[in-house]
Design a protein around this ligand. Sequence first.
Ligand SMILES: [Zn+2]
Length: 284
Amino acid sequence: MNRLSKTLIGTVVLASSTTYALAQSTGNLPQRSIVEIADNIYRLQNNRHYSLLVITDEGAVVTDPINSGMATYILDQVHNLTDQPVTHLIYSHSHGDHASGGALLASDSEVIAHANAPERIDGIAPTLRFDDTLEFSLGNKSFELTYLGPGHGEDLIAVVVRPDNVAFITDAAAPKRLPFRNFGGANIDDWISQVKKINELDFEIFAPAHGDVGTKEDAKDVLSYMETLRAEVLNGLQTGMSMEEIQQNVVMEDYSDWNQYESWLPMNIQGMANFLISSGQVSK
Ligand SMILES: [Zn+2]
């Protein structure tokens, strides 16, 4: 981290605590922050959503805009950090809570999304689509984009930035955090395949779109969580337990210190049971 970045983070921390105080008093201002997590790689926060900004001497690369207010904030950060324009906007997937408000960042950029993404993402037409993998270099960084297959959505990709080996991973997995509520009706076996694919990627720093930054080891733990949850819920269903009994019996104790453990575990169990039953995997 260079001297300028340190000064910048100091300023930003001060600014975000001011914002937080205001947010508490008005109740509706989003909490935003920027933190440098590796050399010229910044993690951007909008409340519970995070994105990534990479500054190079040939341009700035931004992942999900999140929303239009956040896009303005991101562009302000780019202007604070560099004279270079935003040259690439990368959509991790097309879900509206991550992919809205891209217009400001897309105007002069290559806009990259998976081939399955809709024709327009909140009004923005991607200019570059790919099927399995896409790599490009900019300045002293390179970017490896990998399709994670269906599961959480149909167009979810991971972005690994080198040489720092930082992975930006959205929604399919997050360090020490339960999957979102009831899995949203997804095919959870496909979702597990996405987590396996994440584990096959070569990276060190796990920068998720929700929750705290972690390491590659956290991706392994998410896979263990998913596979254990699947096995235990399936066992409960096959031994004739009611949903209430399964929710009492499946405690996933190894994960009790994870974020959202208490609030989302019952929903994780319900979602897993719904999937196993509806996909015909419970023999009666
Ligand atoms: Zn999503």
